[in-house]
Design a protein around this ligand. Structure first.
Ligand code: ZN
Length: 257
């Protein structure tokens, strides 16, 4: 066993525990900030095809180039999520970055989400999930998003209860360390986060039906990020207890566990 195998051991042992309990460890994958076809996007799409893992690609509506929709045509494994509107930061000095924080009137924000949703209609596989840039938003917008037909908001870390017919379907494992290296967060640490979330679900500390979300940003990946994605798919798609599900499947399991 080489050191790489050792690093993956906790995750595989956790999946074995799910298997022993007769449960499926559901996982889902979100990648943010797509606006155009790029070599990095194609590299990610090759992973999707090779491992047949569904991807939730968060696309920035007001920045996208016309050829992205045709590029993603006939790729049913790639769902398009709504990533803010312009991905512009309206936070004031001292606040953390946010496009959909409470800095601007709610009505204005809802006009943007409505327009963004209209723009994304050109995608064959657009799904009604709103991904607020920087994973930060003022939750007062939730009922308005539900009225626009959105079924979920996807942010980061523990999901909150939202008012209105809309839920949070978050990611919990970010493969990038934004504060330290702005590159891969590290193999041991990332495997540990994934394992800990799965274990908490299995032990009933978190809702077992809420899929564990892995978050990537293809335009910011270094070699470590790419190697991790390839390895996590290679080591999980063949495991009988691991199942990568689509973003809307992840939402459905929260709506009706
Ligand atoms: Zn983003």
């Amino acid at each position: 066993m080489n050191s790489n195998d050792e690093a993956w051991h906790p995750l595989l042992a956790e999946l074995d525990a799910w298997h022993a309990g007769g449960r499926l460890a559901t996982l889902w994958w979100r990648d943010d900030d797509a606006v155009a076809p790029t070599p990095a996007l194609d590299r990610m799409l090759r992973l999707v095809e090779r491992f047949r893992v569904p991807l939730g690609l968060a696309v920035i509506p007001a920045r996208l180039t016309a050829d992205l929709a045709s590029h993603l045509r006939d790729l049913p494994l790639v769902s398009v999520l709504q990533h803010g509107y312009l991905h512009r930061n309206y936070a004031t000095a001292g606040e953390r970055a946010a496009e959909f924080g409470a800095q601007r009137p709610l009505e204005l924000r809802l006009r943007e989400t409505s327009e963004g949703r209209r723009i994304l209609e050109q995608f064959q596989h657009a799904v009604p999930i709103f991904v607020p840039p920087w994973n930060r938003y003022d939750r007062a917008i939730a009922p308005g998003l539900a009225q626009q037909g959105l079924r979920a908001v996807s942010a980061f870390a523990a999901s909150e209860q939202l008012s209105g017919k809309i839920c949070e379907c978050n990611c919990q494992v970010d493969i990038i360390s934004w504060r330290i290296t702005r590159g891969f967060a590290g193999l041991d640490k990332t495997v540990r986060k994934l394992t800990e979330h799965l274990r908490a679900r299995r032990l009933g500390e978190l809702p077992i039906e809420q899929a564990t979300g892995v978050l990537s940003h293809h335009l910011d990946h270094d070699d470590g990020c790419w190697e991790f994605l390839e390895a996590v798919f290679a080591r999980t798609v063949t495991h009988p207890a691991a199942k990568w599900i689509t973003p809307m499947d992840a939402v459905a399991r929260i709506e009706s566990p």
